[in-house]
Design a protein around this ligand. Structure first.
Ligand code: DSN
Length: 420
């Protein structure tokens, strides 16, 4: 069946779902995605996600499965593991985690005992839900202790981190963030962890693609024990998780993923991840990753030039956080809603020690991976900064918002999505 035949059949068999699908495709084409954790998957990834591998159960690992008929699933999982190890300079890879949360859960549960102490970044300072937020199951199961950023510089306060580590003697030190716009050195974490005898884990979900392309530092090169990354953000792969570790932890990690936490892996996702790891090793992907970082610099400069207040003043990676209260006298939820009206998609974000609640926080988070996939560069980043600042200063003026929406539509029209 050709693609257009498949779509006609879908339109006929379920018009509601077909309408939602085409609506989402149109939204993605016309609007601009600035959420730093989102991207447009490689077109071949979409093909593999909808392939015959969806139908196959494959509990176990290559060569050691519970069901028959595994000649092709074994082949793709072996390729995925080998490619992941080569791409990320790791001794072992587990490609089965269904997504980011089970991936991190599998590491904690595989290498630690319930009740053990884990040192991780405070959520409002840039950490992630799966790094022990009190509302998460892992937050209830393990004793998470916190490090934070320095209010004066916005950078991680390493002296305080070392002090907390000495006092609490964690079994694991976690770095890796979802809204921290500054750089850091993995060697600093390793040194603290070694001093207190803790394991080191880096959750590089946001920057996995940038590490794969060698445009950001790799924690495995700094001797980390474990690194986790989702595969659908800057990597442009399928939704999924990947655990990389040193050989001595391979057995524990594999047993923790299956049978510890999950049943059958999603082999369509594993096939798409294998392909992604190949594409991420190409010179074209390195050029893309360099442009993601250059675009983040250009967007931050464009916002700074328009007196927009960024948390820490700028960025050293692919994302930045606007203090919307200080910049525009509105909370992040209002800012997100306003930008939705002009076609810019971003997400409200808590800022360090935010006095406001998570559903009405003081910030807004932006990133450049998706806009870069569309082919946008520095000039477009400046245009985006202008539209964004204009919309958030328009005080709900409908005519002004309509004019900005038209400019945005013109911009996205010039950079069509080629992925679907
Ligand atoms: N939801 C992802 C993010 O936006 O950072 C992480 O889980």
């Amino acid at each position: 069946m050709t693609l257009s035949e498949e779509r006609s059949r879908l339109a006929e068999s379920d018009p509601d779902i077909f309408e939602a699908l085409t609506g989402e495709e149109t939204r993605q084409r016309r609007e601009l995605e600035l959420i730093p954790s989102e991207n447009y998957a490689f077109p071949e990834v979409l093909t593999l996600l909808g392939s015959a591998f969806t139908n196959k159960y494959a509990e176990g690992y290559p060569g050691r499965r519970y069901y028959g008929g595994q000649q092709h699933t074994d082949r793709i999982e072996t390729l995925a593991r080998d490619r992941a190890c080569a791409l990320f300079h790791a001794e072992h890879a587990n490609v089965q985690p269904l997504s980011g949360s089970p991936m991190n859960q599998a590491v904690y549960l595989g290498l630690l005992e319930p009740g053990d102490t884990i040192l991780a970044m405070d959520l409002s300072h840039g950490g992630h839900l799966t790094h022990g937020a009190p509302v998460s199951h892992m937050g209830r199961l393990f004793n998470f202790v916190r490090y934070r950023t320095d209010p004066a510089t916005g950078a991680i306060d390493f002296d305080a981190l070392r002090e907390v580590a000495r006092k609490t003697q964690p079994k694991m030190v976690v770095c890796g963030y979802s809204s921290y716009p500054r750089g850091y050195d993995y060697a600093d974490f390793k040194q603290v962890a070694d001093e207190v005898g803790a394991l080191t884990m880096a959750d590089v979900s946001h920057i996995g693609g940038l590490i794969a392309a060698n445009v950001m530092r790799n924690p495995m090169d700094a001797g980390f024990d474990v690194m986790t990354t989702t595969t659908h953000k800057s990597l442009r792969g399928p939704r999924g998780g990947l655990i990389l570790c040193r050989k001595e932890f391979a057995k524990k990690i594999d047993a923790s993923v299956f049978p510890g936490l999950q049943g059958g892996p999603h082999m369509n996702q594993v096939a798409a991840a294998a392909l992604t790891f190949r594409l991420a090793a190409t010179p074209a992907f390195r050029t893309y990753a360099e442009q993601v970082l250059a675009n983040a610099q250009a967007l931050a400069a464009g916002l700074n030039a328009r007196q927009v207040k960024l948390v820490t003043g700028g960025t050293a990676n692919h994302l930045m956080v606007i203090d919307t209260v200080k910049s525009f006298g509105m909370d992040g939820a209002q800012a997100q809603g306003t930008l939705d009206r002009v076609g810019l998609t971003a997400n409200k974000q808590v800022i360090p020690d935010d006095p406001n609640p998570p559903m009405r926080p003081s910030g807004l988070r932006l990133g450049t991976p998706a806009a870069t996939t569309r082919g946008m560069g520095g000039a477009e980043m400046d245009e985006i900064a202008d539209i964004l600042a204009g919309a958030l200063s328009a005080n709900g003026d409908k005519a002004a918002e309509a004019a900005l929406a038209a400019r945005l539509r013109d911009l996205t029209g010039r950079f069509p999505i080629e992925e679907f």
